[in-house]
Design a binder for this molecule. Structure first.
Ligand code: PGA
Length: 256
């Protein structure tokens, strides 16, 4: 585990179900060639699983600042076996993945993944020496009812008792994902402080923590979001698919 990573700002592009061999090659090549001196930033790219090796082969040549290959998900099943369609944490590690997203709200919405499955996935990822990035965030209903912290605390509760001192979380209010609606600075500051406090109380004072914000982050709002206390980076969906916008967000993180 690279300790330096836990002092950097993380900017991770979550491509979701987007990309093609040709588009990926151009985009990642450009990032690789132009963003080598961003030494305060941990840059990550999370493409669809079929493209992970392609991305890893491009970024592994990076010398100054390693660009991390990230997976959007992992199987709940460990190692290998008769689980058609599944990809294990060991396989991700084998092809050079560093960071694995766990529990993105789209996984919960469309695949009904809840705390129990997320916990198993995190354990699998940790066992292989990779870094899990747990996604949490309240629905619009939970926020309107004033239950946003209760919702986030419940999702964070799976961190208790894990065999690690390193905790990476992305706070993504569900109502801000892909909607163009960003949480305001007060909402972000309040929730990020809360998440830090929760992680420390669940896991002890030795925890190394990164809390990323996600949900409609773009090149125009990134600098302001990075200026909020306890914002250690961003998980970027739509704006990570174009070089200019992703590069501007990374630049904002470098300056923050
Ligand atoms: P968005 O997605 O930036 O397109 O809102 C963020 C995410 O879902 O991680």
């Amino acid at each position: 585990m690279n300790k330096h990573l836990w002092q950097q700002k993380w900017v991770i592009g979550n491509w979701k179900m987007n990309g093609s061999l040709q588009e990926n090659q151009q985009l990642v090549q450009k990032i690789h060639q132009n963003l080598e001196n961003m030494d305060s930033v941990c840059i990550g790219i999370a493409p669809p699983t079929v493209y992970l090796s392609q991305i890893h082969n491009i970024v592994k040549e990076t010398t100054h600042n390693h660009i991390h290959t990230c997976a959007q998900d992992v199987s709940r099943f460990d190692n290998k076996g008769a689980y058609t369609g599944e990809v294990s944490a060991q396989m991700l590690q084998d092809i050079g993945v560093n960071i694995v997203l766990i529990g993105h709200s789209e996984r919960s919405l469309y695949f009904n993944e809840k705390n129990d499955i997320q916990r198993i996935k995190i354990e699998n990822v940790l066992r292989t020496g990779l870094t899990p990035l747990l996604c949490v965030g309240e629905s619009i209903k939970e926020r309107e009812d004033g239950r946003e912290k209760e919702a986030v605390a419940y999702q964070l509760s799976i961190l208790k008792g894990l065999k690690t001192q390193y905790f990476a979380v992305a706070y993504e209010p569900v109502w801000a994902i892909g909607t163009g609606k960003v949480a305001n600075k007060e909402q972000i500051a309040d929730m990020h402080q809360f998440i830090y406090d929760e992680i420390l109380s669940l896991t002890g004072n030795n925890a190394n923590i990164r809390v990323l914000y996600g949900g409609s982050v773009n090149e125009n709002n990134a600098a302001e979001i990075f200026s909020v206390p306890h914002v250690d980076g961003a998980l970027v969906g739509g704006a990570s698919l174009k070089y200019e916008s992703f590069a501007n967000i990374i630049n904002a993180a470098q300056k923050a």
